[in-house]
Design a protein around this ligand. Structure first.
Ligand SMILES: NC(=O)c1ccc[n+]([C@@H]2O[C@H](COP(=O)([O-])OP(=O)(O)OC[C@H]3O[C@@H](n4cnc5c(N)ncnc54)[C@H](OP(=O)(O)O)[C@@H]3O)[C@@H](O)[C@H]2O)c1
Length: 245
């Protein structure tokens, strides 16, 4: 059903992007992955090949120049674009500058804006864009000012693009995950546990206790929501912001 439909997924080599790629392939979409680390991309591609048609490009999405070069070379119709690549770092407004602002904005915001701007002309009528924002795209947390600002901005782009692209029937939505069980998070939480003299389990309990589901969301659960929005089920939905937490 989706065989001829190509979806570009950024940050596809691991974490949520990997799960999105996996689920898209198993539903019959073909996927073009974009990430920065060529070795990891190659490995991911080899691992997922058995599920469907997959290829990749190595692009540093925090570099406008690299995005421009990639978009100029692109010459294929696209059904869907999933802007997933992103990163976070902590810095409070009242502590010395650690230079995280530019790094976060370049990837989480400029990357989404310029890649979409460069590729939009290839997106077919009735195509789809899904932007991965965050629960911090609608709320705040101590130390997360730059990240939250970038993810709030992604929601702003989603709302504007859904209006701007509606004449072509292109549907644009955002997904806002809470804590997701990714390897990157596990590494970070292990570090926090060490710093606070707690075991990994104790630290996890501290984080998950206040959560509604008392657990992290699985990457595949985020992927299923993205695939709902990309698939026939999502055909009447645009400009919407979905929290999953
Ligand atoms: N995990 C969570 O709890 C959570 C919660 C809310 C929202 N999110 C959002 O969900 C998205 C995915 O998060 P994740 O946790 O799955 O991240 P992750 O596991 O850290 O993976 C990040 C992905 O982005 C790619 N990437 C990083 N910097 C890049 C760059 N400069 N150019 C191109 N690709 C780059 C990475 O590729 P390389 O290996 O090549 O660097 C990797 O494929 C992000 O936008 C994040 O903000 C995550």
């Amino acid at each position: 059903m989706y065989k001829q439909k190509k979806v570009v997924v950024t940050g596809a080599s691991r974490g949520i992007g990997f799960a999105i790629t996996h689920v898209l392939l198993s539903r019959g979409f073909s996927v073009h992955m974009i990430s920065k680390d060529a070795i990891l991309l190659k490995k991911t591609c080899a691992r997922l090949k058995k599920y469907g048609q997959i290829d990749f490009s190595v692009v540093d999405l925090s570099s406008r120049e690299e995005i421009k070069k990639f978009c100029v070379k692109w010459d294929e119709k696209i059904y869907g674009l999933i802007n997933n690549a992103g990163r976070w770092a902590e810095e409070r407004v009242d502590e010395p500058d650690k230079n995280i602002w530019d790094q976060i904005m370049r990837l989480n915001l400029d990357g989404v804006y310029f890649l979409t701007k460069g590729l939009q002309r290839w997106i077919v009528d009735k195509g789809r864009i899904v932007n991965i924002s965050s629960q911090l795209g609608t709320g705040g947390r101590i130390g997360m000012g730059a990240y939250a600002a970038s993810k709030h901005a992604v929601i702003g782009l989603t709302r504007c693009w859904s209006l701007e692209l509606s004449a072509r029937g292109i549907l644009v939505n955002a997904v806002c995950p809470g804590w997701v069980d990714t390897e990157s998070n596990r590494i970070e939480i292990r570090q926090w546990a060490r710093e606070s003299g707690l075991s990994y389990k104790q630290k996890m309990r501290q984080i998950t206790n206040p959560l509604t589901l008392k657990r992290f969301i699985k990457p595949v659960e985020v992927a299923n929501l993205v695939c709902f929005l990309i698939g026939v089920e999502g055909s009447g939905i645009t400009g919407q912001i979905y929290e999953i937490k």
